[in-house]
Design a protein around this ligand. Structure first.
Ligand SMILES: [Mg+2]
Length: 176
């Protein structure tokens, strides 16, 4: 094949559309940034493996810091926390590798390809919502100390319901 034909043929599968409305700029920046910094991190391994240099741990630390910066950008933009992602990751790995890493478990993927991560994400989302509602209801109850009315009763029910959901979440997390 000549280069002219290749340029024409390869253009057939090029998609010129860009859907910027579908993703937050910070998230996109973070995703691309993690990938580019991972390439720089890989460079440290390349130099050690193929140029026979000792691995430059100062450089490794710097690149890990850069990756962390981009991860933080995504987490911040999406309103997540490092803590919930760590929890979800460990929960997934406990299912995938009940005892320790084995290639058999790696192949079987008992965590059903991310389903548990999705569940973990949902649970954390509901947990956050409950915590917000509890604070909101408690604030209103505190401001109505002299009011024995129906509204205060409703607010107490709202508060109790969200506390119970939080308890349920803790039980569910313990089972995962
Ligand atoms: Mg870097």
């Amino acid at each position: 094949m000549d280069t002219k034909t290749y340029l024409e043929e390869s253009a057939r599968t090029m998609n010129s559309n860009i859907y910027l409305g579908n993703v937050k700029t910070e998230t996109l920046h973070g995703i691309i940034g993690v990938a580019t910094e991972a390439g720089e991190l890989l460079g440290a391994a390349k130099k050690a493996l193929f140029y026979g240099r000792p691995i430059d741990l100062d450089n490794v630390r710097e690149e890990i810091g850069d990756i962390l910066w981009y991860l933080a950008a995504i987490i911040r933009a999406e309103g997540w926390t490092f803590e919930e992602l760590m929890e979800e990751n460990i929960a997934k790995l406990k299912i995938r590798y009940p005892k320790q890493f084995t290639t058999k478990d790696a192949f079987e993927r008992k965590d059903k390809r991310g389903t548990l991560q999705m569940e973990g994400h949902m649970i954390n989302k509901i947990k956050k919502k409950c915590e917000t509602e509890i604070l909101w209801a408690q604030k209103h109850i505190d401001s109505m100390k002299e009011d024995p009315g129906f509204f205060k009763f409703l607010m107490s029910c709202w508060l109790d319901m969200h506390k119970e959901i939080l308890e349920l979440i803790e039980i569910l997390k313990g089972r995962r």
